[in-house]
Design a protein around this ligand. Sequence first.
Ligand SMILES: NC(=O)C1=CN([C@@H]2O[C@H](COP(=O)(O)OP(=O)(O)OC[C@H]3O[C@@H](n4cnc5c(N)ncnc54)[C@H](OP(=O)(O)O)[C@@H]3O)[C@@H](O)[C@H]2O)C=CC1
Ligand SMILES: CC(=O)[C@@H](O)[C@H](O)COP(=O)(O)O
Ligand SMILES: [Mn+2]
Length: 391
Amino acid sequence: MQNIAIFGATGSIGDSTLDVIGKHAERFSVYALSAHSRIQKLLALCLVHHPKVVIVPDEIAEKKFRQLWPANIAMPEIRVGSKGLCETARDPEVDAVVAAIVGTAGLPSAFAAAQAGKRILLANKEALVAAGSLFMETVKKNNAILLPLDSEHNAIFQCLPGGKNNSQVKRLVLTASGGPFRNIDPSRLSAVTPEQACKHPNWSMGRKISIDSATMLNKGLEVIEAKWMFDVDASKIDVLVHPESTIHSMVEYIDGSLLAQLGNPDMRIPISYALGYPDRIESNTENFDLSRLLQLNFELPDYKRFPCLKLAFDALQSSQSDCVVLNASNEIAVDYFLKNRIKFTDIAVTIEKMLDGFAGTVKGSLGHIDDVFELDALTRSHTSELLNNTH
Ligand SMILES: NC(=O)C1=CN([C@@H]2O[C@H](COP(=O)(O)OP(=O)(O)OC[C@H]3O[C@@H](n4cnc5c(N)ncnc54)[C@H](OP(=O)(O)O)[C@@H]3O)[C@@H](O)[C@H]2O)C=CC1
Ligand SMILES: CC(=O)[C@@H](O)[C@H](O)COP(=O)(O)O
Ligand SMILES: [Mn+2]
């Protein structure tokens, strides 16, 4: 029996994870669940999955949880804030941590799980974008086991022997759907709404990652994630637009073989793979029927339409500080866009301004995880200031 802690349990990855875990009660037990704003949903999840621990963001949320909890049932232990998440990541009772908080907010607890040598099922790609080398060093040093949930990385992991890159690998090919605006006239991009941008053609996901898919920064973040996760040089990572999201990614070998992982676009598949690894377990998803697919299409990414993808490649080439700035300024810009405070096209403009202006002023290397937190926080405040002054 594995005790699982799910950070970000109230989100889209949380839902899919709990669905899989619920079908394998003989293998997995839900030890801890965390929420941020959806406390009522957290409570409903507790009544189904009976965790020993919940983590809420602050004392107000704690009070709300206590008030809502039914008097006749034993209440889980309540832990609070980032401290509560990190304490749970280190908890000796926890075997595996599902890192599914969105954004850099998920980094401290994912990092704590790495320090504690846990089995980490990583959805939170921003953790590797912001702290790639430190994170991977920490995983290695503490014998943690890092298993990718991100569908592309999970596909690559499945195509590599033992999940490890080696000298016989020629390149990694990350597939990208191209998002909802792959074919829209570029002159219309500045007027698209958050609702249109959140309508992903194939996947049902949280709002922030949906916007990232629409700008294709998601693919840029995934290139950075792949670089660190598989220890591959950026020059050996390609992006290929594949609108059907049926091939989840590929590995090309030096002998000319191209291995791919295919399946329906349903996160329960990579989640099942990581939960069961090295075994395969039932994911309870719809049958995958290749005969119903009429065709698979491919095209090269259009950097003019999707400048964010190019910005991510450039940041990766440039420095870890640039990756932190790229990621943090994007989080702020996406938040402003979702609140209708800036245009869709302002997201790329904002990131570029932060990379060209602010990132150049950053001094020193990111030798410690606290340096990453500091630069992340500084970038957020500079980006907000920029957007407040110009919009
Ligand atoms: N959804 C998907 O299919 C995929 C997602 N990912 C990655 O997984 C992560 C989660 O994505 P997704 O599930 O779609 O996102 P959602 O927005 O659906 O869920 C985000 C989760 O994080 C919690 N959360 C938000 N802000 C904070 C914070 N400041 N501190 C602590 N917890 C917080 C939310 O709590 P609450 O809801 O209570 O506010 C929620 O539980 C992202 O990094 C994303 O890039 C990767 C591949 C696929
Ligand atoms: C499900 C998943 O892993 C997402 O990251 C997905 O890949 C988004 O799709 P695109 O970024 O390819 O549009
Ligand atoms: Mn992905």
